[in-house]
Ligand binder design. Structure first.
Ligand SMILES: [Zn+2]
Length: 689
């Protein structure tokens, strides 16, 4: 195929320069990647081979502008493989992953280019740069060094091999998890199989059956919005166990989708990667470029919550055992029992019934709530653009406008679970914001939020749980980080920040969903339109700390296992299942809790390297978000204009243009303290603090 006939390589003529979704086929990607990589290397040769002395403009700004073709092809590709994949795209993914890794090494080991960056870095104080220019120079220099720019030729060869192999393995890891998720379904045939399930769970299960071509009955899939309600409500202990075992054994079945060897080899190669850089362990290497800086800071924080959370979880378990005993049931709480009995305790203690709450959380209303909060805080608005078609008819497209009515970006909302879509929820982008695109025209961001909500039956609205609504706000917070980005250089845009800072805008945004004023305005009954009653709001707030021991223990145990697996300096664990068991024993995971992020399907750690030795970042950011929201509490108004303006300037729009500690200080006027986080989780005695 000629480049000319490839829609990925032709100019993208859409007014928003959106990808040619309708024309782009799987077979277009490999040649487009090939062409785009060559083009970027030619651009780098030109920068590196310039006869002019290196300047910020001819080297740093030029490098930031390079590779835009590869960037647009790559983002389209990786968004499709996450949200709307196919066997053909998966085959291209396996083919392209090691090539992209090798290309990345070729970029960061480009000697003439690095020589110029290094020279500029060496005299950065004398160049008369702005703060943002200095920051982008520092970031690029760090990127190059951390990708092996300073290695000798033999080390560079080996490093490139390691990175290629890692790309291959992480791609397979994610595909294996998806394969196990697609392969499993729990078919519920009789009324007895459905015992305990409220209408909304039955409706979602009927819809899943229809989606999967099952003519009769209901289907529970391993999508979180199926499995969690099933474990919460099903009276059938045997089926709960079956569902739980399927959910937590993803990637652990002998055969083509077995991730045990994949994970072990990833860990081994990461250790080698770290050693090539002169670090004792992968955790040391990964943490060197974070706010935390070193393992001790992470472990300190995790242990601050681990000890009280464990104590809390043991009390919670006792309450579950008592409730089970009162029903003449299980004496010992197993992992597939916890959510079930917890829901019963929750109903008894707080009179909270999930089926009573959900009608107040229709997807459309909660989306409006998120838009409205963003509007009141940041002056932006979301205009539906149904005429813009993207990769799937379910995806809603909005034009985002600034305070003056000017377009600032596009927002894609992809809310429903589908078999060809990765599980979980995430934000991604088709394009990052910057001010120096081709022709120096401002580049507007195109941001997507993916959720995996169970779709309502045909003609019926989709109702969210309070947790789902929180997830929507969380991802929308990431979305705002991308949409409000206001920087010059793409390297610094939006979510391209240090990874233990990246969850701050998302987790912070969740706080507005808790505000009674927001709930009263937007949480309206799907049939009557009546606002959520005060009694339910009060109950939701009263129950806020309920089951937090369980939630905190599950999260923290996963973070500790992640850290342990990546902190090994002598040799990487060979048997990840045995390693995980031993670690959980060592830290004393209370029985009955069980982890749903087991190493064989822990995509944060093994579907890429972004969260490897980094699962702690949610807790790290929670210290910041809990402390940060108190600025609004102190101001006495969750939409206080002065605080919101500082929040926009230093957090949501600054990307990585400021050092994160300084950015937080700019917003809050001081460093954060962990106490608000501990209070938020109910892990301190409020009267004593
Ligand atoms: Zn997040």
């Amino acid at each position: 195929m000629t480049d000319h006939a490839n829609p990925l390589l032709a100019p993208w003529k859409d007014p928003w320069a959106l990808p040619p979704f309708a024309e782009a086929k799987a077979e277009h990607f490999a040649p487009a990647f090939d062409r785009a990589m060559k083009q970027q290397l030619a651009e780098l040769d030109a920068i590196g081979g310039s006869a002019e002395a290196p300047t910020f403009e001819n080297t740093i700004a030029a490098f930031d502008r390079s590779g835009r073709l590869l960037d647009r092809v790559g983002r389209l590709f990786y968004n499709l493989t996450a949200s709307d994949t196919s066997p053909a795209l998966q085959a291209v993914e396996r083919e392209v992953a090691p090539l992209m890794a090798a290309h990345d090494s070729a970029v960061h080991m480009h000697r003439p280019l690095f020589a110029r960056i290094d020279a500029l870095h060496g005299r950065r104080g004398e160049l008369g740069l702005s703060d943002e220019q200095l920051r982008v120079l520092e970031r690029f220099h760090t990127d190059f060094v951390r990708c092996g720019a300073r290695f000798g030729p033999a080390e560079q060869r080996r490093y490139t091999e390691v990175m290629r192999r890692l790309a291959d393995l992480t791609t397979r890891f994610g595909q294996n998890v998806l394969a196990d998720e697609s392969a499993f379904q729990l078919t519920l045939e009789s009324e007895a199989d459905l015992a305990g399930l409220p209408d909304f769970v039955r409706a979602a299960a009927r819809q899943a059956a229809a989606d999967r071509g099952v003519a009769e009955g209901c289907v529970i899939t391993l999508s979180r919005s199926h499995i969690v309600p099933f474990l919460t409500f099903s009276e059938r202990r045997d089926l709960r166990e079956k569902a739980w075992r399927a959910w937590t054994s993803r990637g652990e079945h002998a055969g083509a989708s077995d991730n045990r060897g994949v994970a072990a080899e990833i860990l081994e190669l990461r250790l080698e990667q770290a050693r090539l850089h002169g670090y004792a362990s992968y955790a040391d290497y990964a943490l060197a470029d974070t706010m935390a800086g070193a393992q001790a800071a992470v472990t300190d924080l995790l242990m601050q919550v681990w000890i009280p959370a464990k104590a809390r979880a043991l009390l919670e378990r006792r309450a579950l055992e008592e409730l089970a005993a009162s029903r003449g049931e299980a004496a010992r709480i197993e992992a597939w029992d916890w959510r079930f009995y917890a829901e019963k305790v929750r109903q008894a203690r707080y009179d909270l019934d999930e089926a009573e709450i959900k009608p107040y959380f229709p997807l459309e209303r909660i989306t409006e709530a998120a838009f409205d909060c963003a509007g009141r805080l940041f002056g932006i608005s979301f205009v539906p653009r149904p005429e813009i078609k993207v990769y799937h008819p379910e995806v809603l497209v909005y034009e985002v406008r600034g305070a003056e009515g000017e377009a600032i970006g596009l927002f894609l909302h992809d809310n429903f679970a589908r078999p060809a879509k990765r599980s979980g929820a995430w934000m991604s982008s088709y394009r990052s914001q910057s001010r120096i695109g081709a022709g120096e025209a401002p580049v507007l961001p195109i941001i997507v939020n993916n959720n995996n909500f169970a779709r309502g039956a045909p003609g019926q609205p989709t109702l969210l749980s309070f947790d789902d609504a929180r997830t929507l706000f969380h991802e929308f917070g990431h979305g705002l980080h991308g949409l409000l980005s206001n920087v010059t250089y793409e390297r610094l845009a939006g979510t391209n920040v240090l990874r233990d800072f990246v969850e701050l805008p998302s987790q912070l945004f969740e706080h507005w969903l808790d505000e009674p004023e927001v709930l009263k305005r937007h949480a309206r009954h799907v049939v009557t339109g009546a606002p959520i009653p005060d009694a339910i709001v009060d109950k939701l707030h009263a129950a806020r700390h309920f089951n937090q021991g369980y939630e905190t223990v599950r999260y923290t145990a996963s973070a500790l296992v992640d850290m342990a697996a990546h902190a090994r300096a002598t040799e990487a664990p060979k048997d990840v299942v045995a390693f995980e068991r031993a670690e959980l024993e060592k830290i004393g995971l209370p029985s009955g809790i069980g982890l749903n992020h087991r190493l064989t399907h822990f995509q944060h750690l093994f579907s890429g390297s972004g969260y490897a030795a980094g699962y702690y970042v949610y807790l790290w950011a929670e210290v910041l978000d809990a402390d940060g929201f108190e600025a609004f509490v102190d101001a006495g108004d969750p939409f206080d204009a002065t605080v919101a303006a500082r929040l926009a300037r230093f957090i949501y729009s600054s990307g990585d243009s400021m050092e994160p500690t300084a950015a937080y200080h700019g917003f809050r006027g001081r460093a954060p303290t962990p106490m608000p986080m501990l209070r938020k989780r109910g892990l301190v005695d409020e009267t004593a603090a």
